[in-house]
Design a protein around this ligand. Sequence first.
Ligand SMILES: [Zn+2]
Length: 145
Amino acid sequence: MYRCDICSEELADQQAGTAYARERILSSPGYWEHFLRDSTDPFYAEIFTDRATALAVQQMITSHSGFLVCAKCNRMLSDDQQKVADYRLEKWYSVLQSPSAKGKAGLEAVLIIVGTVYERLSGKWPAWIDAKDKSTRDKQWVDGT
Ligand SMILES: [Zn+2]
């Protein structure tokens, strides 16, 4: 049986889903908004502690499998270009689309995307992502390096 790797919706067969490389999903602000929505909601603060959220994000980042995505979640990903522009994440989005996305540069890019989405949803940079990554982002935002 096939399920959507984002919302767990059951898929009739493999063809009913759209297959994506992992980097495409990890670079998606729309995906991270979905992933972090409950974690940044004060109502769920006791369930989604910083530690639990950090572990879930780490698990997602270090997983090596691709994603099979249902039609509904596919729509969620379709306005990513706009979101990348809104969040001013063009640099890190493009790092993740390039073949050199593996390794340290790719990890930093994902953490900056995750941190930026979390910051937008909660009003603060997550305590579980190094403040150095925020500085790297802010510096790029200011002087483009
Ligand atoms: Zn789905």
